[in-house]
Design a protein around this ligand. Structure first.
Ligand code: XMP
Length: 312
């Protein structure tokens, strides 16, 4: 699809008014470019009838909540915070299979939104599903958290709301153009993708608050040190295996962090970033120094395919 950002924005504002007009709509934004664009489109289309949420599910990055509030403020958007981290850790407890984890996340995510929809007295959810999410879920590669109708789940019947997906026909690089046209800063329109299920996609095996705490710090370090290389996506992953290491002169069977950085346009295929050695070493040095539970750092050099970008 050839994209003209201004025309696209105007047509989507009309579409949102038509679909959600009278009753208003809810948008949950994680801070990623897709959901941030949806929040502003909804706000432009519906004004105060657009309710914008940030779901604190315990799986977001350190600064996401603050960043979402700050980036949406200039648009006149107030963000409501929903604190449900305990519920998400409970839903993920004991789950190690990646698809089981994804489905547990998805079901609680939409149940949480169902409650918010009822509380806000709206009937519609606007979400930032993009073309790649639909293609990969329908292709049975993985269950992206935000795909429902396309795989036969009726959101009205299961969760009590209808869904509008203004970005369903476009890819990430096109969403960035729309975000720029809407007036977002490069911090938003050039930011790396961050998956809806958040850090749950980067903990291999069971997701626990303790593991997320370790990973969150590692992700922050990788993002900070990789910023100047501007990769498509760079992050840390907490592996399920452990390795013997030495900490304070004593044996420690500790955690392993994998660093992943890829280049891509549409996230459908990806090559690896050839990270200069000094940057890799700096990342390793910081992870080892700042996260005592970690004894090994590895760099993943696998393109997509055969790997996917995230680990689950
Ligand atoms: P994969 O891991 O499938 O990821 O190669 C492709 C792109 O999609 C992101 N991703 C997700 N985004 N919900 C999302 O909103 C999800 O469930 C999800 N899973 C993966 C991933 O970060 C990459 O940019």
């Amino acid at each position: 699809m050839k994209l003209e950002p201004r025309k696209f924005i105007n047509s989507k504002i009309k579409e949102i008014r038509k679909e959600a007009g009278n009753k208003g709509a809810l948008v949950a934004t994680s801070g990623g470019v897709d959901s941030m664009v949806c929040a502003v489109l909804a706000h432009k289309a519906l004004g105060r009838k657009a309710v914008i949420l940030f779901i604190d599910d315990g799986l977001m990055r350190i600064s996401d909540e603050k960043r979402v509030r700050g980036e949406l403020k200039p648009f006149g958007i107030k963000v409501n915070i929903v604190r449900v981290a305990d519920d998400f850790f409970k839903a993920l407890k004991g789950k190690v299979d990646p698809e089981e984890k994804r489905k547990a996340f998805r079901n609680l995510f939409y149940r949480t939104l169902g409650k918010a929809v009822r509380k806000s007295r709206v009937e519609c959810l606007i979400q930032g599903t993009i073309a790649a999410d639909i293609i990969e879920t329908k292709g049975k590669i993985k269950t992206q958290h935000n795909i429902l109708e396309q795989i036969g789940i009726d959101p009205k019947k299961h969760f009590g709301f209808t869904v509008v997906e203004p970005l369903r026909e476009i890819f990430k690089y096109q969403v960035r153009k729309v975000a720029k046209e809407l007036g977002f800063s490069p911090v938003v329109h050039q930011q790396m993708p961050f998956p809806g299920p958040g850090l749950a996609t980067r903990v291999v095996g069971e997701v626990t608050p303790q593991k997320v705490k370790i990973l969150r710090k590692a992700v922050e370090i990788v993002e900070e040190e990789m910023k100047r290389l501007k990769p498509f996506q760079a992050f840390a992953v907490l592996l399920n295996d452990k390795a013997t290491g030495i900490r304070k002169g004593k044996r420690l069977f500790g955690n392993i962090i994998a660093i992943r950085s890829v280049e891509s346009n549409d996230a459908m295929t990806a090559s690896i970033t050839k990270i200069p050695w000094p940057i890799l070493e700096k990342i390793r040095e910081r992870i080892i120094k700042e996260i005592p539970e970690v004894v090994k750092v590895v760099y993943d050099i696998t393109p997509k395919p055969p790997s996917t970008i995230e680990y689950i």
